[in-house]
Ligand binder design. Structure first.
Ligand SMILES: Cc1cc2nc3c(=O)[nH]c(=O)nc-3n(C[C@H](O)[C@H](O)[C@H](O)COP(=O)(O)O)c2cc1C
Length: 168
């Protein structure tokens, strides 16, 4: 006798899949921004948290399926010309219509790195995620200048906290 196929929902996950999925969507084009996403991802994968899978995806490659099948999000971008990066904006442009209302109410956090002023990027991210209905569940990590050890710790904590929240 063959085992019955577990029922699959519209997003292809089975009811046996008890794991939670954290999606990190980022644009990290420089060594410093790469360092930040590496610390966020390492924190998200902390062995202190179980039951959570973590995927870090370039903002130019993330698609609606990845967003819909995730349970929570971390977003990372440089501040560019007083806004978020074009890459992160492209991500929102691509997934927005599919993500509303499928992902409404899901938790998210974010980080922004800049040389002098990240306020425009912060406002832009918060405006779009408000439209998506995502819930900001962690204090944003807003970083200026050469990343310090404290900055990297903040990034690690952002990732670890996002995973810990999904695991409960
Ligand atoms: C075209 C361009 C526009 C930028 N605009 C801003 C900005 O509006 N605010 C800011 O704080 N930094 C700005 N920056 C700096 C970037 O945020 C910074 O280069 C990025 O976070 C990567 O940091 P890194 O160069 O130290 O690796 C800009 C950089 C470029 C290339």
């Amino acid at each position: 006798m063959t085992a019955r196929e577990p029922h699959k929902g519209i997003i292809g996950r089975t009811f046996r899949d008890r794991m939670k999925h954290l999606l990190i969507v980022h644009h990290s084009p420089s060594p410093n921004t790469r360092l930040l996403v590496d610390h966020v991802t390492t924190g998200a994968n902390t062995p202190d948290v179980s039951g959570v899978t973590v995927a870090a995806v370039d903002a130019l490659e993330a698609d609606s399926a990845a967003v819909i099948s995730a349970d929570g999000y971390l977003l990372g971008t440089p501040a560019n010309l007083g806004y978020m990066s074009g890459a992160l904006k492209h991500f929102f442009d691509v997934v927005y219509n599919d993500a509303v209302p499928a992902t409404t109410g899901r938790p998210f956090g974010y980080w922004v790195h800049g040389e002098s002023d990240v306020e425009g990027a912060r406002l832009a991210i918060e405006k779009i995620t408000t439209g998506l209905g995502w819930k900001l569940t962690q204090k944003p990590v807003l970083l200026i200048g050469q990343p310090t050890a404290e900055h990297l710790d903040e990034c690690w904590e952002l990732g670890a906290a996002a995973s810990a929240m999904l695991s409960v």
